[in-house]
Design a protein around this ligand. Structure first.
Ligand SMILES: Cc1cc2nc3c(=O)[nH]c(=O)nc-3n(C[C@H](O)[C@H](O)[C@H](O)COP(=O)(O)O)c2cc1C
Length: 211
């Protein structure tokens, strides 16, 4: 376990891509413990979350191919969006280079964790959408925090979801009943020192009593 305070854990759990150690195996029991911790997130009794842990190299390669196809789809939109974003250009260049690295090397990451939830939110009203995503993502984030505290790095990714049905076939997921929320590549990190990210200043986001 890393020696991090709660605040350090919460402010330094970054999207890790280039600093994933692709040659070091990850023990399955460590992943399982992180999932047990994730299950302590606020999950209402009606919600049924699942985590698929993928270590099989053929399945990882097939999912990585889907991911890259999705990545190509977002690339153009993303490049337009980032040029108008508030973040400094140097930071954006770094993020894009990091994202491309992950796309190029995804099949080499030793473990993928795919958080899923029973039920589909396609065309659902906002309350059901909130229930679905508000259940699976806190649990997913808890998983990522638990992983970071054990020296593991991860990134929340969704590019493969452009082809969710094909991914469901690869993973044996009953697509009509179960929705995938993300694909989390997980590996030990090269070094464990990560810094807080550049974010909008508090004054831009904090509203007192009204918008
Ligand atoms: C729903 C969702 C999907 C995302 N999909 C991807 C993805 O497919 N690939 C990727 O490299 N980053 C993806 N990201 C971005 C990263 O997870 C992360 O939020 C971003 O790189 C900022 O990381 P940082 O907080 O460490 O700076 C996604 C983020 C969200 C919220």
């Amino acid at each position: 376990m890393l020696n991090l305070t709660n605040d350090e854990l919460l402010t330094t759990t970054r999207a890790v891509r280039k600093r994933l150690d692709l040659s070091r195996p990850v023990e399955l029991e460590v992943i399982e413990r992180c999932i047990e911790i994730a299950l302590q997130a606020p999950i209402p009794p009606v919600m049924k979350v699942h985590f698929i842990v993928v270590t099989d190299s053929d399945q990882r390669r097939a999912l990585a191919d889907l991911y890259r196809r999705g990545n190509d789809q977002v690339a153009q939109v993303r490049d337009q969006a980032v040029t108008s974003a508030w973040t400094e250009q140097a930071t954006l260049t770094k993020i894009l280079s990091s994202a491309q690295y992950l796309a190029d090397h995804l099949q080499e990451v030793p473990v993928y964790v795919i958080p899923c939830i029973e039920g589909r939110s396609d065309d659902a009203p906002i309350t059901w959408q909130a229930g679905i995503w508000g259940t699976i993502f806190p649990a997913t984030w808890s998983f990522m925090l638990a992983a970071r505290s054990r020296g593991l790095g991860s990134t929340l990714t969704g590019n493969h979801l452009f082809f969710e049905r094909e991914a469901a076939t690869i993973l044996g997921i009953p697509y009509e009943q179960v929705m995938q929320a993300a694909l989390i590549p997980v590996a030990y990190t090269q070094g464990t020192d990560f810094k807080p990210a550049q974010r909008r200043p508090l004054g831009d986001v904090l509203h007192r009593n009204r918008w």
